[in-house]
Design a binder for this molecule. Structure first.
Ligand code: SF4
Length: 325
């Protein structure tokens, strides 16, 4: 039986691709790639249980996490960003490289993906697919079963290992064909189509841009903080203010030794995390107080984990907007 590696996100497209190749008699080994911005592959499957999907498909699954290396690439992606801070082409190249490593490790002959020609403007046009394949060092070795008939035959098709007639010719953003196919193949549970990973979200992208501007070597801890709270850029620091109990707890858990944690003393309110310059503590305290139950225009007390009490009035909303990221 011919072995093949599938980039599996848990989303419908990659699930269908696996199913199509299994039905052609291939021994499919799935590979799921996590990044700090996406649980699996290309957003379609974010948060979805890729292990359950692999189980239901009856395929082995390996998971690979690309962390620091991904953040480094994000600072200056060779092929640029999409509409947000999503470096789709460079991201896919990294994923392909992981797939290639796995392919060689287990002696597979090619890889398959759920990519659909024309579905995503940046990374799924013919030119981009070619670049990703070339720079991922997988020329002629990537099959996209959902759009196979619209693309050049890959090596394994030329050798007669794959039946090209059984590939599909889906093109574009409409997902009608995929939904129909899912029904025919008995795939009932799959996540709703999403626009991509967190990096495609405009609000989140602003936070990423700000982080990359001010922090030379962002860490995974910096990235995790981007996912929660309200964010403010102060003169020399960054302030993150929790929006609910759960975020307050997360902020405390992510605080590092040099971070300053701020909370209201006498009123219900959020946790604020000030990172970098203690001189910004007054400004930060005024903001934390603004999101508490403390009265406006009246001085109240903020307590910090470095032992001092700060008496301030809540910041004015017009001034606050100037700091908001
Ligand atoms: S949306 Fe783009 S950057 Fe995000 S996981 Fe998909 S390919 Fe990568």
């Amino acid at each position: 039986m011919h072995k093949v590696v599938a980039l599996l996100s848990g989303g419908l497209d990659s699930t269908l691709s696996v199913k199509i190749m299994k039905d052609q008699g291939f021994d499919v080994k799935a590979l799921a790639i996590k990044t700090p911005f996406c649980d699996f592959d290309c957003g379609h499957g974010c948060g979805f249980k890729v292990m359950e999907v692999a189980d239901r498909l009856g395929v082995d699954l390996k998971t690979v996490y690309i962390g620091d290396e991904y953040i480094e690439m994000l600072k200056n992606p060779k092929h640029g960003y999409g509409s947000g801070m999503n470096p789709c082409i460079d991201c896919r190249i990294m994923m392909y490289k992981e797939a290639k490593k796995y392919m060689e490790e287990i002696g597979a002959e090619f890889i398959i993906t759920g990519e659909v020609l024309g579905q995503r403007p940046m990374s799924q046009n013919k030119r981009a697919l070619k670049i990703i394949e070339l720079e991922g060092d997988l020329e002629g070795k990537v099959l996209r079963p959902l759009s196979g008939k619209n693309l050049e035959p890959i090596e394994a098709e030329k050798k007669g290992i794959i039946d090209r007639n059984k590939l599909l010719s889906i093109r574009g953003r409409s997902r009608k064909t995929q939904f129909r196919l899912a029904k025919e193949l008995g795939i009932v549970e799959y996540p709703n189509a999403a626009g991509g990973c967190l990096l495609t979200d405009p609000q989140f992208s602003k936070r990423v841009k700000d982080l990359l501007k001010y922090v030379n070597k962002p860490t995974l801890n910096d990235i995790e903080l981007l996912k929660i709270g309200r964010h403010f850029r102060l003169d020399n620091s960054k302030l993150i203010v929790g929006r609910n109990k759960e975020e307050n707890e997360k902020i405390k858990a992510l605080a590092l030794d040099d971070d300053i944690l701020l909370e209201t003393r006498d009123y219900k309110g959020p946790v604020g995390l000030l990172r970098k310059d203690p001189n910004d503590i007054m400004q930060a305290s005024m903001i934390v107080l603004r999101y508490s139950d403390a009265p406006k225009n009246k001085e109240s007390t903020i307590i910090s984990n470095i032992g001092n009490n700060i008496n301030v009035i809540p910041i004015d909303d017009k001034i606050l907007d100037k700091y908001r990221i």
